[in-house]
Structure formats: structure tokens, C-alpha cells
Design a protein around this ligand. Sequence first.
Ligand SMILES: C[S@@+](CC[C@H](N)C(=O)[O-])C[C@H]1O[C@@H](n2cnc3c(N)ncnc32)[C@H](O)[C@@H]1O
Length: 380
Amino acid sequence: MSLADTSIQDQVKSYYGKQLKRSEDLQTDVTCSKPCIPLSKSACEAMTLVHPEVTQRYFGCGLVVPEKLEGCKVLDLGSGSGRDCFALSKLVGPNGHVTGVDMTDEQIQISRKYISYHQEKFNYKEANVDFVQGYIEKLGAAGIQYNRFDILISNCVICLCPDKKAVFEEAYRVLKEGGEMYFSDMYASEPLDEKLKKDSMLWGEGLAGALYWKDLISLVKQCGFSTPYLVTASHIEIKKDQVLQKIGAVKYASGTFRFFKVPLDGNTKKACVTYQGTVTEHQDQLRFDSIHTFKKDQAVEVDGELALVLKTSRFASHFLIQPIECEAPVKDNTQQYCHLNPFLLADRLGSSIQKCSKTQTDGPCASQTKATSKEAESKS
Ligand SMILES: C[S@@+](CC[C@H](N)C(=O)[O-])C[C@H]1O[C@@H](n2cnc3c(N)ncnc32)[C@H](O)[C@@H]1O
């Protein structure tokens, strides 16, 4: 890591450790927790059980609650005060485990302070969550084991990391084969110019380090992962004039992507897949991303890569998968990644992130009904 990268990290550390005390302290009105897709009942409940001091210090930009968490080992990259870790520690159950990694001393201290509170609240004999201080670019050095985790989550952190390739390479190493990275982050509508990338105030808020959305796709594939799938997205509204002047024509969106560590020698034949309705709380259908919703007992054709993802991930036992013998499809490169553009999806879902409080009433479950009907409308 270069000296410049280290000084960016020091600034970010001081920002999240010393300057910000509550979600509302963010200068750029960019983070919020309103979902554009409905959360399951148990996920809503888990969120509302998190201690208020932890929730007040939530600085994420999306929701990172994938399906089928029970019994899973989860790692949260940049766990902050631990809101997502504690909510997921409820959802993985007593046989699962959640580890949070964060570089900032103050954040780690807050999260550790509430471990026993949540253990008691969830009625667990032993705590199933721990917090490790370290850099997500160097998970091995922080003592995180390789090939160990079923799921990695992260919420508005990778936009704060100067060396994103190092983050995804380490993420790949710590995941088990078939494991998933499911994370929310901020994305830019175009590549950022050098002046913007060097602005220290914009770094703290994640705006200077946000990836141009298309760059995410090539980067994660370079690191060995499957193509990303876009789960949901929201526009980010920036209201502060000083910030708007600096960013010029660049727009920002929050996007939740998921991608998988699939076997390198895996068979990538197209397949006919049938969801069996067996994932808890998703009996009728399993919404996988913005373009794939698998209805119970309905056979659908998927491309070879998605077939491989389903076959090798924790979703395998919930699908019947029959390979289809056919020629490899010719790819239309101009259209290929439109469905991964968070700005287009945010338009379609009609949502935008504005300054909003992180209180329980305006929290992740408050706008669920509205979000569900908006999604239904956009599909019709
Ligand atoms: C925007 S906050 C999000 C925190 C948390 N995910 C949440 O949703 O509240 C970013 C967090 O990432 C941490 N962070 C930033 N860069 C990091 C790095 N390279 N390694 C570890 N932690 C990092 C910061 O210390 C901070 O706690």
C-alpha cells in the first residue's frame, strides 16, 4: 500500500473514530437504511432488537441481509458499531457465527461493548459474534482464516478503501468455495477525475473512493469471482452545495450486489432450474436479484454461470438443476451489463435516498409496505 493510501486510511479512521458520533453527523446526506426490497419478518425483527447506541452509530448505505442465513459463518468487512453483525447474529442462530472486522479502535470498542447484551437478548448460551480490529485489505494479517466463511457482507466500506483489488482478493481467500459476497456500497455514474479522487472531505464520506459501477464488474471477475448480480439500488441525493460543487456532473447511487466464489473448473452449461420453495420465509418465491425471481415449482432456463452458482452455493439443495445441452450463446456486449447498472435499477424502483433519521420508526422496516408495492408496480 502506498504512503498516499495510508494517509487516506488514517483520515478515514479519524473521521469514523473521532468526528462522527451518530449517523446524522455525516456531512453529505448520503447514508440511509430504507430498503427498496422487502425484508423478511425475521430480518425486521432482528434489526429492531439491536441496541439503540449501536443503531445510532450506523453509517451504512443499504441492507445486507441475504436469505438462508441459519447456521452460516458470516464475516462483515468494516463492521463499524456492529449493527449488521448483531442483526445477523440473530438470523444465523446459535449454530452460526458472525465476525466483524474494522480498523477503527472506537468502532471496535462500541461493538464489543454490546456483545453480551445481544447474547442475552437472543437467549444464546454463548455469544456467536466477535469483533476483530484490522484492515480488510489484510484479513490474513488480522488473524482471519482463509476458506472459512459462507457469506461476506459489507455496508458502505469498500468506497472508503484506496486499494479495492486487495479487498476483493482477500475476500476471495477467506470465503469457502460456493461462498457469497453480498454487500452494499456507493457507486459513481462515471469514472472520477484525479482532483475529485484526492479530496479529503469527499474521502470521508465515500464519494472520492466510490467505484464507477462498471469497474466493479471487471474488478471482481479479475479476483476470481462470478459476475456480480445486482440485488437493489437507490439514488443518493447530495444536498450540501459545497459537495455538489466539487462533484460536478457525477451522480451517486447505492447498490447491493452479490457474487460467488465458484469452482474454477466448474461446468458452465445452461440449465433448467426449479426452485422447490424450501428456503425459510421464501416459500412461494426466491428473489435472487433484480432480474431473477424463482417461483416455487416453476422450471426456468438460466445461463451456465448462474446454474453453477446455484449448484455450488448454499442454495444447491433448494433447486432441481438439469443441464441443457446447447451451443454457447453469442453475447451481445452492448447490452451485457445494463441490468447491473444501479442507476437504471434505482430509476426503475423509483426510490431515492435522502437525509433520514436512523430511528427505529424510520428504520429498515418502516417503508417496507411502500417499497413492496413500488416494486410490484415497476414489474407490472
Ligand atoms: C461508513 S462506515 C460503515 C460501518 C458499518 N458497516 C455500518 O453499516 O454502520 C465505514 C466503516 O469502515 C471502516 N473501514 C474503512 N476502511 C477500512 C479498512 N480498510 N479496513 C477496515 N475497516 C475499514 C471504518 O472504520 C468505519 O467503521
